[in-house]
Design a protein around this ligand. Structure first.
Ligand code: TXA
Ligand code: MG
Length: 279
């Protein structure tokens, strides 16, 4: 059910949950102060309780209040607001948000409606607004289809279209946990070496995730011979989840999909395609 940003903020302040737009994908938000509201998100999504949520904040100052900040984080904050999530040691965060982990994932989203709601409500715990394991929503209609009974604020189609990049800044090297809207090249330019894959077990990195109902067959970039103009990886990212959903809506059995060029955000597109194709 569509609500205004003002009404959505009210619902969140009163301990309800509400769909909220961001530049990456739509989130299903709860006030980070309300344990009951955060629990309601897990219930609505059928999400396992040990999968921690991202804590969305309005600014760096608020992020610092909820984490043990360090110089490496300082080197990245010009990328905020934006599609970058930092995992830092947690401070003053409900354990229902961190899934009991000693770290917290923090992000300042780059969307005027999200920032308006954050200013009105305070920090918001929000996963993507899809049922567990399904494709993330990039349009308000996707959220309405997933959760017909829940309020959602319309912020238009998401400009990035895939989830944020997640970097852990804990002991040892910075660790890329999920490729996303900010490229590895951009991270390395600021941080130096970044560890990719391996070590930390991250819920949400399940091999099968972001899956449409149809079976997906992937073909390598540049090999389809299809007579379609090669789009920029940014265009692939923006269109990806809506395309997967619309094939499902048309009852497609199999989706044959050419992968993106593996540069910049194309790495994130290919990551999601591989997970969507995994059965
Ligand atoms: O772009 C995005 O990040 C979107 C929008 C709504 O902000 N959110 C999103 O949330 O994708 P979600 O819940 O679908 O994915 C959050 C990811 C999960 O893979 C989770 O495991 C990871 O963040 N995460 C959260 N807290 C963590 C922590 N303390 N340590 C490691 N990973 C964490
Ligand atoms: Mg998700």
């Amino acid at each position: 059910m569509l609500v205004t940003a003002q009404r959505g903020s009210q619902i969140l302040k009163e301990g309800g949950i509400c769909g909220v737009p961001t530049e990456t994908v739509y989130g299903l938000a709860a006030s980070a102060r309300s344990e009951a509201a955060v629990r309601a998100i897990f219930y609505a999504k059928s999400r396992p309780a040990e999968h921690p949520l991202i804590l969305h904040v309005a600014d760096v100052a608020t992020a610092r209040q909820h984490s043990v900040w360090d110089a490496r984080a300082d080197a990245l904050i010009d990328l905020w607001p934006g599609p970058l999530t930092l995992v830092l040691p947690a401070r003053n965060v409900l354990s229902v948000i961190t899934g009991g982990h000693p770290s917290v994932a923090l992000r300042v989203p780059n969307h005027p409606v999200a920032l308006e709601i954050l200013a009105a409500v305070g920090p918001l715990a929000a996963p993507s607004a899809n049922r567990f394991g399904r494709v993330s929503p990039t349009r308000v209609e996707h959220v309405e289809a997933e959760f017909p009974d829940l309020p959602v604020v319309d912020g238009g189609p998401c400009k990035v279209g895939v989830e944020s990049t997640i970097v852990a800044l804990l002991d040892g090297l910075p660790h890329l946990l999920r490729p996303g809207g900010v490229s590895l090249e951009t991270l390395m330019a600021r941080l130096g070496p970044v560890q990719v894959g391996g070590a930390i077990a991250v819920p949400g990195s399940l091999p099968s995730h972001y899956a449409p109902r149809a079976k997906i067959e992937l073909i390598p970039y540049g090999t389809s011979g299809a007579d379609i103009p090669a789009g920029a990886p940014e265009d692939h990212a923006r269109a990806l989840y809506d395309a997967l959903r619309s094939f499902d809506a048309r009852g497609a059995q199999t989706i044959v999909c050419e992968m993106a060029d593996s540069v910049g955000i194309g790495v994130a597109v290919n990551d999601r395609l591989r997970r969507a194709a995994h059965r």
